[in-house]
Design a binder for this molecule. Sequence first.
Ligand code: MLC
Ligand code: AMP
Length: 426
Amino acid sequence: MGVAFLPMNPAYRSDEVAYFLGDAEPCVAIGRPQDAGWFPSVAAGCGVASVYELDSDGGGSWADLLDSESQEPPPPALTTGGDLAALVYTSGTTGRSKGAMITHRNMVSNAVALQRAWGFVDTDVLIHALPIFHVHGLFVATHTAMLTGVPMLFHDTFDPARVIADLSSATVFMGVPTMYTRLLAQPQLDVAACANMRLFVSGSAPLLAETFRDFGERTGHTVLERYGMTETGMNTSNPYIGERKGGTVGPALDGVGVRIVDDEDRVVPTGTVGGVQIKGPNVLLGYWRRPDKDAEEFTADGWFRTGDVGVFDSDGYLELVGRSKDLVISGGYNVYPKEIELLLDEMPGIVESAVVGVPDADFGEAVTALITVEPGFVLDVAAVITELKTRLASFKVPKRIHVVDELPRNAMGKVQKNVLRADFGP
Ligand code: MLC
Ligand code: AMP
């Protein structure tokens, strides 16, 4: 149709939605009936010309409009591979979220590479239980199935018991690590339950070694871990045929360039840790209206800086060892600490705050806030959480808040988040 799609998490609150609509300036916005009390007015306030509604059964004013015009569909717009297909907002390293401009070529090249790498065949059936507003559920899962022309058993929320009940009618499942630990918590998960399955894929966050091991022991399946990001789609994958090494995200996918560099963007020898950079037809066109960010995130010779830190082993498998970006990944959702720190620092009685991700058995990392307060001030933690929930999607709201005397700083005066993660971890 020549339009670009901007998906949004329905958990976002009005301030978050207003930011995305104000930045992207879409001409049409489509909301859910349950948000009718605020979504249309927020969209109108951002200058969106037309606001429609769509419910989860496919009804609503948007569906009515399509029906009324369905007799004579408009001629397809002239779209080329390099045209914008989607704007997907991502929390990035600094500043507010940026719109990653994803082209048709980005999507197609990645879908074809994954379809081949994971051996999709026309007898496959995919269990799709991921959110469809991030690239994992929206592109990776949906596109591999649709490109192969196979059915998806579509779950509108992730319920581990329901996934297990569907395993006997399916062949492929894709999930984030939290989904695998929650599946393992179900006693019904065993070899017999998985007898019809051929592939379990994990990504979006690190799969713990014990989850990889326990899943293999319980089901007889070796989880295939892969690595990607909004800006690049998928970059590396453990092989479908060949050794799947736990703790690694496998070699580069066909057609995708992956290199490890030092601080001067020079390629380092195999076995040396460095920054992960990506080049290929999967890499975004650029950031929406942010040439300054394009200049920062791409090298002069066109490689994209992921902000991930990794190392290649002698077999060409990539191991991710950390992130240079200040980002928490909780249950596969990215949380940008600065966004929460700015809200906390505005609250009465709070002097300053630092938000970090500490290891968590369920979410992998749990958003945790450390706060200093004015002398004699008694912080009402429950009230802080309630206030944050009015401003932020609840997955961003800290699971724990600790009041501390001071925040540890290095010689440059920068808060030492690694010290906080170690001190407040389990
Ligand atoms: C839900 N909550 C979370 C959370 N998910 N809090 C922290 N981190 C999360 N990931 C909140 C809920 O809002 C609720 O808060 C409380 O935790 C309990 O919720 P729940 O019922 O346990 O959560 P549930 O709805 O079951 O969701 C868990 C989940 C979900 C794992 C199914 O988080 C999820 O679908 N994650 C996948 C995200 C994803 O698709 N990432 C891919 C990004 S693309 P309260 O306060 O209201 O009680 C990408 C690139 C790549 O990264 O490589 O793929
Ligand atoms: P997003 O911006 O939501 O697309 O998140 C992308 C980030 O998720 C990457 O830059 C990595 O930090 C992280 N990520 C994705 N897959 C993996 C994985 N298999 N292991 C570790 N981190 C991952």
